[in-house]
Design a protein around this ligand. Sequence first.
Ligand SMILES: CC(C)(COP(=O)(O)OP(=O)(O)OC[C@H]1O[C@@H](n2cnc3c(N)ncnc32)[C@H](O)[C@@H]1OP(=O)(O)O)[C@@H](O)C(=O)NCCC(=O)NCCS
Length: 135
Amino acid sequence: MMEALPLPDTRRFVLDMINQGNPHFVATVADQVVGWCDISRHFFPAHRHRGSLAMGIIPAYRGRGLGKRLLLAALNQARASGFIRVELSVHADNTRAMALYEKIGFIREGVQRRSVLIDGRFIDAVNMALMLDEQ
Ligand SMILES: CC(C)(COP(=O)(O)OP(=O)(O)OC[C@H]1O[C@@H](n2cnc3c(N)ncnc32)[C@H](O)[C@@H]1OP(=O)(O)O)[C@@H](O)C(=O)NCCC(=O)NCCS
């Protein structure tokens, strides 16, 4: 995604996450949301031990420890909710995000070559995963 979804769509997504009991944390500064981390449980019964993680901090608040705190909060709830595997995909040039994920224990599992096309440039994506029962 290059832009946020329209507010009603975002609201529906967040309420759906809450109703499903999925981890969904936000960081706020003076009542404004400045970052989030969520983990969506997979749908099919054979995949229900898995969750996909997404997160982001608005630029002015990056590099202050918020990402790490949000990530740990979401993973703690995921563990308590019985998730076994948390996975994500990160652009191969996103060294900050990969450093954070590896610090927490995520392992690189593979590379999706030319995963995204942004401004005429292909970027690979790295698949990473964390096994919560091996922590
Ligand atoms: C990736 C992102 C979520 C990290 O959140 P953050 O609040 O900036 O990160 P933190 O301040 O918690 O730092 C956590 C770790 O990231 C790494 N890190 C932080 N800033 C860094 C930098 N400028 N360069 C490299 N690594 C960096 C460090 O390992 C750091 O751990 P440390 O403080 O113990 O050394 C945030 O930068 C972001 O929103 N980026 C744009 C969106 C994005 O990439 N989302 C993830 C897509 S998969």
